[in-house]
Design a protein around this ligand. Sequence first.
Ligand SMILES: Nc1ncnc2c1ncn2[C@@H]1O[C@H](COP(=O)(O)OP(=O)(O)OP(=O)(O)O)[C@@H](O)[C@H]1O
Ligand SMILES: [Mg+2]
Length: 258
Amino acid sequence: MAMIEVKNVTKSFQIQSFDESTKKYIKTKLTVLQDFSVDFDQQGVTVLIGPSGTGKSTLLRCINGLETIDEGDILVDGMSVRDKHKLKNIRLTCGMVFQQTVLFPHLNVMQNLTLGPRKLLGMSMAQATDKAKHLLNKVGLISKEKARHFELSGGEQQRIAIARALMMDPKALLLDEITSALDPEMTSEVLHILEDLAADGVCMIAVTHEMVFARHVARRIIFMDKGAVAVDADKDEFFTVHRKENERVASFLKFIGE
Ligand SMILES: Nc1ncnc2c1ncn2[C@@H]1O[C@H](COP(=O)(O)OP(=O)(O)OP(=O)(O)O)[C@@H](O)[C@H]1O
Ligand SMILES: [Mg+2]
């Protein structure tokens, strides 16, 4: 059994649009994922790429139970996202970091890191503090343990967000364009952390346009197009065979300057 099994998932959103002829708002259905299936095992880094609006974020959000699904099922470590009682465990199993992370504004870095494990895992303050220190060292921010979010750069906030996710010992990290709001220098700081984590064997599913990262660190690349898996390949195969033979892949890579 794979760690994450996405089985025949359909996900749509109700959207409102303005109808010029009747001058009324009408509700329409936008189907983002259609009979979508993919498995993730617990090995290495999978990079998800694809055009804007193709459903990458929606997929990650469905896996983490942040969106409900219409059809099909998603099993995380055997737990169905359809089972409300399992959502807490699913979110503990898959930590998620977003493009713009919100650290709890009224808490300092150490408090941001220790809150979750204390409240959700029943960890003692001493244990949580030890663990937080270890992870702050790992992300190179041990000097910031007393800082509040406004005293941190965007890149530092993302590194803290990664550490905060790791505090819960997730089996996988779901990362949604976590460097796309950062300048190149901060981006490379964050990518280095991810590279280190990958070397430690942390399983990651990352939506990113950072192809240098994908080339260096990914094991597997999934190219999504129009709500479906268009290519699912080993990294080297993706950048050689698929780039050469698949016109959509070739034009997408060219579009993002790769
Ligand atoms: N909560 C929502 N309500 C309505 N429509 C939504 C919602 N979330 C996403 N969508 C729509 O679903 C489609 C897929 O969105 P999604 O954010 O998953 O794309 P994406 O592949 O992550 O794109 P990007 O690369 O731009 O981040 C888009 O057309 C988007 O407008
Ligand atoms: Mg997205």
